[in-house]
Design a protein around this ligand. Structure first.
Ligand code: FEO
Ligand code: CA
Ligand code: CA
Ligand code: CA
Length: 626
């Protein structure tokens, strides 16, 4: 079990603590009548148009044919509750990069007694591996990977996790952000290429260019940067994405937790509340780094909450914060090209009652033409779902929102509320199917929907893609863009899966018909498609394995067939961990998977410090894994 004497809370746990618990749990009468597990398809008519909310493909998933003629090149594995990673027979995993492992030979490795020295802290693999993408640079392979947050007690053992100096703050700042590293498959398997000229750490202090409609706006100006065009650092980097021109997108999620005020009388400016910016930072940065003291620098938080582009081929390049893609708790970014060449980026805002967004560039992408600038000149949209299984992307224009373009970019949540966007059950990763024109978003869970409003959106009732009031389990919504065009303003939708537990519940909490005793899971979070069109689903949920969660075991990674709805378990993580982040080697014979915040002594075994780890998984016969 997770030991909070040793380990800090994960961001999900921390976020939960910031919110009041529901006073009661009510199960909306309409939904109760509408959705029973067996009556799901007919019941949905109660608030639908008569069409089935589940995709037609899913209907087939219960057929014997679909069960036996699966596309899965593995034998599904059972749940686990132990402290290591399990993969199917015929597959093997190995560690590639662990928290605190040197990227450069002059750095010292993390010591379980003394942590990492401040001098080495930006020259080692950071903590809490999350979203990642792989790139080919010449004949070399590079992985760019996020480091979402830190456990203070291990990084600052001398002070038992208290930040007591500017060096303590700098150590924590350096252990987060992004790693860009060359990796190679040698005689001992995949490893970091130490001292590669492509290796780079990007931290909370790396200079970045602000671009797009908010760049230079007075709300982005600070004493250190009066022009409002050069920010320092990227924070709480969660999921990731890749542009058509081969750059990395890192996504700033719970940036709000890093700020605090030295002055208890400081009056928070308008706009702090909706983003949860409080008066005490999670790590006490504000006590030793004035930039994070909002009473001194009230605009600094406005410079975070964006999508940041990093060129993994050039370690001297300056990352770019693309404000046109909006400011919210960005989970990840799924980029795709529309038929006319315009770049479409789908994005989720991971907070209860917040929204799903997409960005469409004004100009098309053409090889050899504009690249990065395409993310500065375009239109941001937010999703509005109707219960009749249709939906629209509402453009966040000045006319529709009553805000100017810079304000829309900085306070995107407010703009989206102003157009009546659909409040969602915590949008985590978005993914686009490469072999069929459809998008997917993990709605991880939401225990308060229908109970009371959250701090932001009007999250007071269940709605089409978020049909359960006390949603412990989560679901994956899928949309089909009109005219097979990701740039289209309208779509139809269904639920690819509603997670649940049919061994405990016989109502909607039992889950959709493609959930069965053999593939139980909760809280879908990470999600990526492989090149063949299988969707890989990673979980970050309750791994207590009892009660509502009985039979689900540790967090895991499953593969889903979009056509049949069939979902099978491929990998289980160590106790206490979240499985998050997925990419592939250039030959697609290795799958790289992130194991974040294990509580068991993973990967080194008994007596050793649990370390978040990027692992490689491959088939023993050398076959393709996606
Ligand atoms: Fe960092 Fe929403 O997960
Ligand atoms: Ca996490
Ligand atoms: Ca996540
Ligand atoms: Ca999560």
């Amino acid at each position: 079990m997770k030991d909070n004497d040793t380990y800090d809370l994960s961001w999900d746990e921390w976020d939960e603590l910031q919110r009041p618990a529901p006073e009661t749990t009510q199960f909306d009468e309409v939904v109760e009548a509408a959705i029973s597990r067996r009556g799901f398809l007919s019941g949905i008519v109660a608030y639908g148009s008569g069409a089935a909310v589940m995709g037609t493909g899913l209907l087939n998933s219960t057929s014997a044919e679909a069960q036996t003629a699966g596309r899965f090149a593995f034998t599904p594995i059972p749940i686990q509750t132990d402290g290591t990673v399990h993969v199917p027979d015929g597959y093997t995993w190995e560690s590639v990069a662990k928290w605190g492992q040197p990227l450069f030979s002059d750095a010292e490795e993390l010591s379980q007694e003394t942590g990492v020295s401040v001098g080495s802290s930006d020259r080692v693999f950071g903590e809490n591996t999350d979203g990642m993408e792989a790139f080919v640079v010449g004949n070399r392979q590079v992985i760019a990977v996020n480091h979402e947050y830190v456990n203070t007690k291990v990084n600052l053992p001398a002070s038992e996790g208290e930040t007591t100096s500017a060096d303590d703050v700098l150590t924590l700042q350096n252990m987060q952000g992004v790693t860009v590293m060359e990796v190679a498959d040698g005689p001992d398997g995949w490893d970091i290429v130490v001292d590669s000229d492509l290796n780079r750490r990007i931290t909370h202090n790396t200079p970045m260019t602000m671009a797009g409609p908010a760049a230079g706006h007075p709300l982005l100006q600070t004493s250190a940067d009066p022009a409002g065009t050069t920010a320092l650092g990227t924070m709480n980097n969660c999921g990731a994405g890749k542009t058509p021109w081969g750059t990395y997108l890192t996504c700033e999620e719970n940036f709000n937790g890093y700020f605090g005020s030295s002055d208890p009388a400081f009056e928070p400016p308008e706009g702090y509340g909706r983003y949860g910016i409080g008066m005490e930072g999670r790590y006490g940065y504000e006590r030793f780094d004035e930039r994070f003291d909002v009473s001194q620098n009230p605009n600094e938080p406005h410079r975070f909450g964006y999508i940041v582009e990093i060129d993994p081929t050039d370690p001297t390049s300056t990352p770019i914060k693309h404000t046109a893609l909006g400011r919210f708790k960005h989970e990840n970014a799924a980029a795709v090209i529309a038929p006319d060449g315009r770049v479409v980026v789908y994005m989720g805002d991971d907070e209860r009652g917040e929204f799903m967004y997409k960005y469409v560039s004004n100009e098309p992408y053409t090889p050899g033409g504009k690249t990065s600038e395409l993310l500065d000149d375009g239109q941001l949209y937010v999703a509005k779902f109707s219960n009749d299984l249709t939906g629209e992307w509402v453009a966040l224009t000045p006319e529709a929102t009553g805000m100017d373009e810079a304000e829309i970019a900085i306070f995107s949540r407010v703009a989206a509320s102003n157009v009546g966007a659909t409040t969602m059950d915590r949008p985590e990763w978005v993914a686009v199917n490469p072999v069929s024109v459809e998008g997917y978003c993990c709605l991880t869970n939401n225990r308060n929907r229908g109970v009371k409003p959250n701090a932001g959106g009007d999250d007071t009732s269940v709605n089409g893609p978020n049909p359960r009031a006390e949603n412990n389990y989560g679901q994956i919504v899928r949309w089909y863009p009109s005219n097979d065009d990701h740039a289209a303003d309208t779509f139809t939708w269904d639920l690819y899966v509603m997670a649940g537990n049919p061994t405990v519940h016989d109502d909607a909490y039992g889950g959709s018909s493609n959930v069965n005793e053999g593939n139980l899971f909760n809280s879908p979070d990470g999600m990526m498609f492989d090149s063949t069109g299988l969707v890989w689903i990673q979980t970050d949920g309750n791994d207590g394995n009892e009660g509502d969660f009985a039979g689900m075991g540790n967090n895991q990674m499953l593969a889903g067939d979009p056509a049949t709805g069939q979902i099978e378990r491929f990998l289980t993580g160590p106790k206490g961990s979240e499985v998050t982040g997925l990419t592939w080697s250039a030959d697609r014979r290795t799958m790289f998977v992130g194991i974040q915040h294990p509580a068991a002594p993973f990967p080194d075994g008994e007596g050793m410090l649990p370390r978040s780890t990027l692992i490689a998984v491959r088939r023993d016969d050398g076959g393709l894994v996606g």
